[in-house]
Write a protein that binds this ligand. Structure first.
Ligand SMILES: Nc1ncnc2c1ncn2[C@@H]1O[C@H](COP(=O)(O)OP(=O)(O)OP(=O)(O)O)[C@@H](O)[C@H]1O
Ligand SMILES: [Mg+2]
Length: 275
C-alpha cells in the first residue's frame, strides 16, 4: 500500500534563511496526521512545498506513489491533494454555494471548448457537480447559509466553508493549515468532528497543522513536531506530547525557573498563539 505522503530529506531555503532542513515524514493512508511546532517552525512552508506552492531546494515528495517534487499546485491537485489556508482564501463576495462549485470545477474534465463540443458530457458533469456540492452542504451543516456571501459569515463558518471548498476537489489527501485557529471550544469540536467524519465517510487521509494540543491528542493517529525547520519528534500523540524536546520547544521562552521537570505534558500547557 503506497504512503499517502512521503517526504524525504526536504530542504527549503529563502536566501540566507533555512525554513526547512532534512525534513522527512510519512503519512499512512487513512491516517489523521498532525504537524505541530511553535510559530515560524516551518509547518506552512512544508505544506506549501507538498502542494506545489513552494519549490524545495532539495529533497523528494511523493503522494500516493506519484513524485510531486517541485511540481505546481495544479499537479498536486491531479495527484489527489487539496488544502486549506492559514488565512482564509475564499471569494468573500460570492455565496457559499458558488464558492463550493468553484472548488468542484477544478475537478471537472470538460474545459470550455470541449464543453461546447460535447455539450452532453459537460451538462452531465455540471449536474454531478451540483449534486456533489449539495451533499457537501448537508455534510457540513451549512444549508442555512448556502446563498449567503461568504464574507458575511462568522469566522468559524467561513473556516467550515473552506473545508468544503477543499473537499469539493474530492481529494485523497487533505492538508489543513490551522483549520481551528481563532475558534471557540464548540466550533473546534465541530471542526474536529467534521475532520474525523471526512476520514471515516470519505476515506480521506488528513495532514493537519494545529496548535491546540488537546485537539491534536484527540484526533491524531500520528504526530510530527517541527522546530526551526527540523523534525524534533514523531510518534503517537502521547509519545510526542511527553517528548522533552517537544515540550522544551513549546515552552521555550515562557518557562519559569524550576519548570520543565520530566513527566510534564504539553496538554494544558500554554499553546503557541494561533496566528
Ligand atoms: N515566502 C517566504 N519568503 C521568505 N521567508 C519565508 C517565506 N515563507 C516562510 N518564510 C519563513 O520561513 C520560516 C517558517 O515559516 P512558516 O510560515 O512555514 O512557519 P509556521 O510553522 O507555519 O508558523 P506559524 O505557526 O506562525 O504559522 C519563517 O522564518 C518564515 O519567515
Ligand atoms: Mg503557518
Amino acid at each position: 500500500m503506497p504512503l499517502a505522503l512521503d517526504v524525504s530529506d526536504l530542504e527549503l531555503r529563502f536566501g540566507g534563511l533555512t525554513a526547512l532542513s532534512g525534513v522527512s515524514l510519512q503519512v499512512q493512508q487513512g491516517h489523521i496526521a498532525s504537524l505541530i511546532g511553535p510559530n515560524g517552525a516551518g509547518k506552512t512552508s512544508l505544506v506549501n512545498c507538498v502542494t506545489g506552492y513552494y519549490r524545495p531546494t532539495s529533497g523528494r515528495i511523493s503522494c500516493y506513489g506519484t513524485d510531486v517534487t517541485g511540481s505546481s499546485p495544479h499537479k498536486a491537485v491531479a495527484a489527489g491533494m487539496a488544502r486549506t489556508y492559514q488565512n482564509i482564501e475564499l471569494f468573500k463576495g460570492m455565496s457559499v454555494l458558488d464558492n463550493l462549485l468553484l472548488g468542484r470545477h477544478r475537478h471537472l474534465r470538460s474545459g470550455l471548448i470541449s464543453g461546447g463540443l460535447y455539450y452532453g458530457r459537460a451538462r452531465r458533469e455540471e449536474l454531478a457537480a451540483r449534486a456533489a456540492v449539495e451533499h457537501l452542504i448537508d455534510f457540513l451543516e451549512i444549508a442555512h447559509v448556502r446563498r449567503t456571501p461568504v464574507g458575511l459569515l462568522p469566522y468559524g463558518l467561513q473556516k467550515r466553508v473552506e473545508l468544503g471548498r477543499a473537499l469539493a476537489v474530492e481529494p485523497r489527501l487533505l492538508l489543513l493549515d490551522e483549520p481551528m485557529a481563532g475558534m471557540n471550544l464548540e466550533e473546534k469540536q465541530d471542526m474536529a468532528r467534521f475532520i474525523l467524519e471526512t476520514r471515516e465517510e470519505r476515506g480521506v487521509t488528513v495532514l493537519l497543522i494545529e496548535h491546540d494540543m488537546g485537539v491534536v491528542m484527540d484526533i491524531s493517529d500520528h504526530v510530527v513536531a517541527l522546530e526551526f525547520g527540523r523534525v524534533i519528534g514523531a510518534g503517537t500523540a502521547e509519545q510526542v506530547a511527553q517528548d522533552p524536546r517537544v515540550i522544551a520547544a513549546y515552552l521555550g521562552g515562557q518557562r519559569a525557573e524550576g519548570d520543565g521537570e520530566t513527566g510534564a505534558s504539553l496538554v494544558g500547557a500554554p499553546q503557541g498563539a494561533p496566528s
